[in-house]
Design a protein around this ligand. Sequence first.
Ligand code: SAH
Ligand code: SF4
Length: 353
Amino acid sequence: MPPFTDDRDRVDVRSLSLPEIRDLVQGLGKEKFRALQVYKWIWQRKIASFQEMTNISKSFRAELGERAFLYELALERMERSRDGTRKLAWRLRDGQRVESVLIPGGERLTLCISSQVGCAMGCTFCLTGDLGFVRNLSPAEIALQVSQAEGLLDAGERISNIVLMGMGEPLANLDNVLVALGILLDENALNYSHRKITVSTAGLVKGLVRLADASPVNLAVSLNASTDGQRDAIMPVNKAHGLGELLEICRRLPLPAGKRITFEYVMIAGFNDSLDDARRLLKMLRPVKAKVNLIPYNENPHRDLECPSDEVVGAFQDHVVQGGIQCSVRSSRGLDISAACGQLGKRATQTEE
Ligand code: SAH
Ligand code: SF4
């Protein structure tokens, strides 16, 4: 796999967890505590070369350079939307591209990152799905989207929230996502709180259980429908794991105290936006520690799907809230630069590929 080793067979040290760096360091005959020094240099000081590690002997730096290398993403483009949203297009070592999106909002600055090039899940409404699956991102390629975005912020800005809601299905690349989450959470690395990180899935049930067992981050599930018939029609994953199974798994997940699962619900006009849908959604979510995030469909020239009116969205939201479940509406951001939900990897303004 290209990103993990280079043409000289050196290992990508930014794709290693701290215990794996320990193994590497001990394999070179060095003391264990050197691993933590290396880890801090690569994630906190963001070094570009092992030569910069001044508290480490020259010979060890040279040995590390023989065995390992430091991955970096190449920023190909940064586009700024009229609403302040910025889309970062990264080029990977093998020439593939992924995107991240910086979304300002009040006190928050949310960074939305990708977990795969393309996506295999084939949800019919989603443009990322049109790319099909190209490959998984390595741990470094996931964590570096955060680390390098930090270096591109305007003066005084700080990333407050991170969401794995960009290109790809994170739970279909869970091994690498877990290493990357470890790097984001570790106080010796990027040092984000688990309360500020959310992983979103189309509903891979085994992955959900594994993730909830392994990491305290917030979970989001893209539900997008109130019946199996509806969900089957737009999300092929539903044929393998229907709503009953998905919600039962969600009900039983070991959530940290006070946490709720966010259920994302893309609203498509005339398809899943009626008050009957809202009623069914409420009933279905009642046994689960749930909150709902409505995402009015981002229209694009590639799909004949429409966004419901504000009134319809508002009535749906009121119904869910009155039923006792917290429900927010995600405002559409970055539409003019194709940075909105479901548009990554494809220019929505383009009519021909
Ligand atoms: N694969 C994961 C993570 C990507 S998140 C998942 O599906 O959860 C992408 C989110 O954007 C999902 O909730 C998806 O339902 C939503 N989405 C996709 N296309 C959209 C569109 N055109 N308008 C609004 N939301 C969309
Ligand atoms: Fe993949 Fe998520 Fe898009 Fe579905 S909605 S195709 S799972 S990125």
